[in-house]
Design a protein around this ligand. Structure first.
Ligand code: SF4
Ligand code: SF4
Length: 357
């Protein structure tokens, strides 16, 4: 393993430990937790594609937040000095007020980002996003043209996504990320995607194993243990050519983790991140199902600060250790903290079941 990777990994481990200690101490001493560093907005469940593995089940909400309500929320984030506001969905570009809202956030000094399928991101939209101050855009690519189009259920999805990447690069978007959800359908296409990203000069590649939610819950597309092993081997080689972020839904990966990751990672919910839902409810992350188990409050009823200070208890204390006897007795708790809450819904959260060493 390269020495540089190992050093980066151990530095990040130390930083994360100190960050977590400071966060918990602040809560204990002053009763006030530091604000999240980034907030995601799950802005709509509408989408122009129909992906086989999609986490959003295409629920229809009539009560999407209005422009005024979202501006009010962004104002609150600015007062709390939240650093980053990123928009996801559904397909965010379907919201007609997206540019106006991103411009509002940028003017208040908040960094902004957008995750999109790229289908309607043309040259003009890329310029508008740049002018709105957007510094980071993430576009999904899940295979070669045939595989991507099959997964997205649209014969033009691949070409449009690649074209959108080019428009964003031309418009001068600072950070361009491609995200790939790895499933049983595309695990053999990763080499192809890597070459494309290298040819297109993409800054980084986010690789996320499929989560057991939405349509994916019943799709039987999750990768199995041998496939995960292959995936990690692929990542350990490919990251020499392109920076790779392995999704945090695979938390601690064991002793050799520094081969696959630049930095230590565990679920950021309630510590450094949270998500505003389509209808104003706050939950941990966009992948968490929109049901009462995961709802911490609504910005239509309380201030965001109040929700942040009083909510998120299970993610901040150790109650999970009491509820899950395996975690309670586990020597890896400090590194793993019980794994991803969404993967837990499909009992795919524990490295001991995925043992790769
Ligand atoms: S038992 Fe819990 S803490 Fe230990 S590795 Fe599994 S999920 Fe993580
Ligand atoms: S619950 Fe899982 S997907 Fe959501 S932020 Fe935590 S690790 Fe990531």
């Amino acid at each position: 393993m390269r020495l540089r990777h190992r050093i980066n990994y151990w530095n990040s481990s130390l930083r994360l430990k100190l960050f977590r200690q400071r966060f918990e101490l602040a809560g204990l001493r002053s009763g006030r937790y530091p604000p999240p560093s980034y907030v995601l907005w799950d802005c709509t469940r509408r989408c122009n594609l129909n992906c086989l593995h999609c986490g959003a089940s295409k629920e229809h909400y009539d009560n999407e937040l209005s422009t005024v309500q979202v501006k009010g929320f962004i104002d609150q984030l600015a007062r709390l000095r939240v650093r980053t506001f990123a928009v996801t969905g559904g397909e965010p570009l379907l919201r007609k007020d997206l540019i106006e809202l991103l411009t509002h956030a940028s003017r208040l000094g908040i960094k902004t980002g957008v995750a999109t399928n790229g289908f309607i991101l043309d040259e003009n939209k890329a310029r508008e996003l740049k002018a709105a101050g957007v510094s980071s855009i993430q576009i999904s690519l899940d295979g070669d043209a045939d595989t991507h189009n099959h997964i997205r259920q649209n014969p033009h999805a691949f070409d449009r996504a690649v074209q959108a990447l080019r428009y964003c690069r031309k418009a001068g978007i600072q950070l361009l990320t491609v995200s790939t959800v790895v499933t049983g359908m595309n695990q053999d296409k990763l080499e192809h995607i890597k070459q494309l990203l290298l040819d297109e000069g993409i800054n980084q590649w986010k690789i996320i194993p499929l989560m057991p939610i939405g349509r994916a819950e019943k799709s039987n597309l999750q990768i199995d243990k041998p496939a995960l092993k292959q995936l990690l081997e692929f990542i350990s080689q490919a990251r020499r050519q392109i920076p790779i972020l392995l999704g945090e839904n695979l938390t601690y990966l064991g002793r050799d983790e520094a081969r696959y990751r630049t930095k230590v990672t565990y679920c950021p919910v309630g510590i450094s991140a949270c998500c505003l839902g389509t209808d104003g409810k706050i939950r941990g992350c966009p992948e968490m199902p929109d049901d009462p188990r995961f709802i911490e409050g609504s910005i239509l009823e309380q201030s965001f600060d109040e929700i942040w200070q009083k909510g998120f208890k299970p993610y901040r204390n150790q109650s999970l250790r009491e509820q899950d006897p395996l975690c309670g007795a586990c020597s890896l708790w400090d590194k793993c903290r019980g794994g991803c809450w969404v993967m837990r819904l499909g009992e795919a959260h524990c490295i001991k079941n995925w043992r790769v060493e």
